[in-house]
Design a protein around this ligand. Structure first.
Ligand code: NDP
Ligand code: 2IT
Length: 450
């Protein structure tokens, strides 16, 4: 049996019931076959066995008091996966679906994503099964303070620098940062995604969405195409979706869908960005409201989604930008996209597509940017925030955006040239996985057994 099969069986024994993590690991390990055949040293140094095992996993209890005076108990996680290239770097996810498997798959993906940015950052991820839905601002604050009360002893500006992810945006980073500062008396770059007046970087909020569109631009360029005039499907309605839509408009695209956990909006004239920001950023309410502002748009409740997938992927378009969560694009969705003429997919979300969806997309040979490459603009701009913090500077938006564009160009180039090197020129999954892995593995070998 192959090392891929053996490794997954081993993981199933040592880390049971972590299905999302096995999925992420299997995809990476599968891609590495041609590299490992040519380079026996990776096996000799047991890099595969080492790289699937986090360097450190911190699990903790988070207790807080809700508005009714009742004590609530949640789980907290920080997985410090790999520090070969730099301090652990990766977001925090607050969502009721969070468990060890979800944080571990995200941390694993982060290792290779961060390597692809070309910046000196290792991979980590954290979060909680805390459900922010329906919580008051005061509850969010007390939860964040309780979470940081434990986390603060494990992080630092040169050791581990968390940021946002699902359910963690500017508000949460503010409460987390305030508590870190109270506990340590230090004002330092221990978190990214901070407010602009207290250490944040211009452009960080927009970076993941903008970056996913820049990545698509690079893929399209190699096909002699561009964003201008293209109809686009977007899923999600959070940070990544909103700034994907904003950048698509700036480049002449027409985004016609978005979605949240309860339903999807189809607006053939184009999603109204002001309405979307009002509903999601200001009011933090349901997308259901969207059609009250725009009666010509259609709202599809999640109950009416196709049984085998997601409503947004069933409309006719040229480009697709999954921007909500993992496995949000199924095999049936992939077939629907291909059947409807979509010829480029750029993933804002992490592990957006199921394994069988990825197989279909790769077989069809369309332009496909997997999340670890296409959404790396967020973490890359986080590293730019770290650089600004440590030099006590604040760069202009023009400088940050220019760097982001050039980083996304370089990531695309790294993935595409590596795919070409291994005779699969269109396979950016293989290109991303090999290019990311090779950098981390070589650094691990340089640094000796640990
Ligand atoms: P947000 O919390 O801002 O938004 C998430 C959006 O996705 C919301 O609209 C949410 O719906 C929807 N969503 C979340 N979970 C589910 C689910 N299980 N089923 C259906 N819809 C869901 O998060 P982000 O925009 O920051 O993150 C989106 C994706 O992008 C994630 O995969 C994240 O890991 C990835 N990512 C984020 C980066 C960042 O910088 N923020 C960087 C790189 C990747 P609702 O509004 O109902 O909650
Ligand atoms: O998945 C991701 O790359 C993020 N959520 C952003 C991580 C970061 O440190 O900015």
């Amino acid at each position: 049996m192959s090392y891929v099969h053996d490794t997954i069986v081993q993981l199933q024994k040592s880390s049971p019931a972590q299905t999302e993590f096995y999925q992420a690991a299997e995809e990476v390990l599968d891609s590495l076959r041609p590299l490992l055949e040519l380079n026996p040293r990776y096996h000799q140094h047991k890099i595969i066995e080492r790289i699937v095992e986090p360097e450190r996993q911190i699990l903790f209890r988070v207790c807080w008091v809700d508005d009714r005076g009742e004590v609530q108990v949640n789980k907290g996680y920080r997985i410090q996966f790999n520090s070969a290239l730099g301090p652990y770097k990766g977001g925090l996810r607050f969502h009721r679906s969070v468990n060890a498997s979800v944080i571990k798959f995200l941390g694993f993906e982060q290792i290779f994503k961060n390597a692809l940015t070309g910046l000196p950052i290792g991979g980590g991820k954290g979060g909680s099964n805390f459900d922010p839905k329906g919580k008051s601002d005061a509850e969010i604050m007390r939860f964040c303070q309780a979470f940081m009360t434990e986390l603060h002893r494990h992080i630092g500006p040169t050791t581990d620098v968390p940021a946002g992810d699902i359910g963690v945006g500017g508000r949460e980073i503010g409460y987390l940062y305030g508590q870190y500062k109270r506990l340590t008396t230090r004002h330092e770059g221990v978190l990214t995604g901070k407010g602009l007046d207290w250490g944040g970087s211009l452009g960080r909020k927009e970076a993941t969405g903008y970056g996913a569109v820049y990545f698509a631009q690079n893929m399209l360029k190699s096909l002699g195409e561009d964003i201008d005039g293209k109809t686009c499907l977007v899923s999600g309605a959070g940070n990544v979706a909103i700034y994907t839509i904003e950048k698509l408009y700036q480049l002449g695209g027409l985004p016609i869908t978005c979605s949240d956990s309860q339903g999807a909006v189809y607006h053939p004239q184009g999603i109204n960005l002001d309405t979307l920001k009002l509903i999601k950023e200001t009011r933090r309410s349901s997308l259901r409201e969207y059609v009250e502002h725009h009666p010509e748009a259609t709202y599809v409740d999640v109950e009416s989604y196709p049984e085998d997938g997601h409503a947004v992927w069933r409309y006719k378009a040229h480009l697709a930008f999954p921007s909500a969560t993992q496995n949000e694009l199924t095999e049936a969705d992939a077939l629907a996209l291909l059947g409807n003429g979509v010829f480029c997919i750029s993933e804002g979300s992490n592990m957006a597509s199921t394994a069988s969806a990825v197989d279909q997309i790769l077989q069809a040979g369309i332009a496909y940017g997997p999340g670890k490459a296409a959404n790396a603009g967020g973490v890359a701009t986080s590293q730019l925030e770290m650089a600004q913090n440590s030099s006590m500077q604040q760069w202009t938006i023009e400088k940050v955006d220019k760097k982001l564009m050039s980083i996304m160009h370089d990531i695309h180039h790294r993935c595409a040239s590596t795919a070409e090197e291994f005779d699969q020129p269109h396979n950016l999954v293989l290109g991303a996985n090999i290019a990311g892995f090779r950098k981390v593995a070589d650094a691990m070998i340089d640094q000796g057994v640990y």
